[in-house]
Design a protein around this ligand. Structure first.
Ligand code: 5GP
Ligand code: ZN
Length: 137
């Protein structure tokens, strides 16, 4: 994609701080560095988001994410990792080229808050929702 910033990074037209590269995958430091070492893992080919990525590429991207997480623990002393993907703008995706965030965590000191709170808007019928999802699989 001509005007996609991550395609430009993958083609070497925009610089990045590269962490990992193979034939299909590139990983580089996120400019925002929510914590030290925050890394983005992308397929070199363009897919708008997680919903459209072929299974073998999903597997390669997450395989690289695991290696990077292990290296963040070994090199930076991270005590934990958040793996995050935002799919579509409603979920916070701002760059429309599939990517996985690998975010090292350092305890209280890293000041990052990612919170999952119980749904307070509607009462969810768990068996019905599980059935609805699973019948589309
Ligand atoms: P999203 O919100 O789409 O899940 O995440 C996009 C991420 O890309 C953001 O965390 C942002 O800091 C990062 N980002 C945006 N533009 C660039 C760039 O040109 N270079 C790098 N390294 N990161 C970028
Ligand atoms: Zn792209």
């Amino acid at each position: 994609m001509d005007d996609c910033i991550f395609c430009k990074i993958a083609r070497g037209e925009i610089p990045c701080y590269k962490v990992y590269e193979d034939d299909d995958v590139l990983a580089f430091l996120d400019l925002s560095q929510t914590t030290k070492g925050h890394t983005l893992v992308i397929p070199k080919n363009h897919y708008d988001n997680f919903l459209f990525v072929p299974k073998d590429i999903v597997s390669k991207v997450f395989g690289a994410a695991q290696k990077i997480a292990q290296a963040q623990v070994a090199s930076l002393g991270a005590e934990g990792i958040n793996i995050l993907n935002n799919t579509n703008s409603v979920a916070g995706q701002t760059v429309m080229h599939f990517h996985v965030h690998v975010i090292p965590r350092y305890g209280e000191a890293d000041k990052l808050k990612i919170e999952f709170m119980s749904n307070k808007i509607e009462k969810i019928n768990l068996p019905a929702v599980a059935e609805e999802i699973s019948k589309k699989l």
